[in-house]
Design a protein around this ligand. Structure first.
Ligand SMILES: CSC[C@H]1O[C@H](OP(=O)(O)O)[C@H](O)[C@@H]1O
Length: 363
């Protein structure tokens, strides 16, 4: 999408052909900085420290991480070590495993001297495929927004609540939950987005608000605990969130707090949709309760970055020194609380049959 009128993807191969550029998301929204990944370790660190984050972008970064590793050593042992290293950086988003499996398939039967070119080719394809997949998610999700808009008074916006950042910044472009929003906005359908700030890393306040604002989409940042209240008072027409892993039976792992939004939506008869590409479906699991939930550093809870009036960006402590904290980064929303899954192939029920109806090859 565009930043200051210039189109960006979130990750791209540098002109030197042997490094990778990313948008450093730890600097947003106060500073727009790109960063260069030159080694496997740079890619692993970018994923772990969330310079890049969002399931599809984590996968794309890992794919390029394999390329950077191959530049040093294209042996079978080095490939295995690189894949194992990248796989352990973050446990919940299944796109990481999916992308690494794709890279292994692309190079494993090639002679060493052909592996690097094949790896860069596959990594580029993964990025291009993600852009098209998210665009298609947008076209299918747009129908939901259009149907709600048809029941509203002229000019009255469709009020959409989203949690965390499942935007173009979480992907290579377009986003998952935001793709239908951008398409509705660009089509002239009045929309307004309630943006959950999404403690503790504030991906909503720092990233979703940033990208919606850059595209001119009306939005309001709210504290995470306000969503239920807004739903009780009829101010939310639909919830659309992203996900890091959907099991074959439709259970949804997503940023911590998603489950509570789904409960509030169910209690207030607000449709709750989850937008996802096929790369986020874990066909090996039929129960969301066994999805690994990442425990992140407690400093993310105890400290918060911000900008002073003079523009200096600082980090402050928000609790008494020595306060203990816990930081589970994701929760699992049972399929029964999900109205539907918005995929690149269409919208389906959050059930095994629903997913099988769109992905018959996986039956
Ligand atoms: C389109 S995937 C977005 C998904 O990823 C986020 O997690 P994180 O920021 O920790 O990578 C969040 O769960 C979003 O819904």
């Amino acid at each position: 999408m565009k930043i200051n009128g210039r189109h960006y993807r979130t990750i791209w191969r540098a002109e030197d052909g042997e490094s990778v550029e990313i948008i450093d998301q730890t600097r947003l929204p106060h500073e727009f900085e790109t960063a260069t990944l030159r080694t496997l370790e740079d890619a692993g660190r970018a994923i772990l420290t969330m310079q890049v984050r969002g399931a599809p972008l984590i996968g794309a970064t890992a794919a390029y991480g394999v390329c950077l590793a191959l530049q040093e050593d294209a042996s079978d042992e080095a490939v295995d070590a690189a894949i194992a290293y990248l796989a352990k950086q973050r446990p919940t988003a299944v796109n990481l495993r999916w992308a690494l499996d794709q890279m292994r398939k692309a190079i494993q039967n090639l002679p060493r001297e052909e592996r690097l070119a094949a790896a860069y080719k596959r990594a580029a394809e993964i990025c291009d495929e993600d852009v098209e997949t998210c665009r298609l998610i947008g076209t299918h999700g747009l129908k939901i927004i259009e149907e709600i808009a048809s029941r509203k008074a002229p000019g009255e916006p469709v009020n959409i609540l989203t949690h965390c950042n499942a935007g173009w910044i979480a992907c290579v472009d377009w986003g998952t939950a935001t793709a239908p929003i951008y398409m509705a906005h660009d089509k002239g359908i009045p929309v307004h987005v309630w943006v959950d700030e999404t403690r503790p890393r504030n991906q909503g306040a720092a990233l979703t608000a940033f990208e919606l604002g850059a595209h001119g989409v009306p939005h309001t940042i709210i504290v995470d605990n306000a969503g239920g209240h807004l739903m009780q008072h009829g101010k939310v027409d639909v919830c659309i969130v992203g996900t890091d892993r959907v099991t074959a039976n439709g259970d949804v792992a997503n940023k911590i707090g998603t489950y509570l939004k789904a409960l509030a939506a169910k209690d207030n008869n607000v449709p709750f949709y989850v937008a996802l590409p096929h790369t986020t479906i874990d066909w090996t699991l039929n129960d969301g309760r066994i999805i690994p939930i990442e425990e992140r550093p407690v400093d993310e809870v105890l400290k918060m970055p911000g900008r002073l009036a003079d523009g200096t960006v600082v980090t402050v402590e928000i609790a008494a020194p020595g306060s203990p904290a816990g930081n589970p980064a994701f929760d699992v929303t049972p399929a029964r609380l999900v109205t539907g899954l918005i995929t690149e192939r269409g919208i389906c029920e959050a059930t095994s049959d629903g997913l099988a109806s769109l992905y018959s090859e996986k039956k």
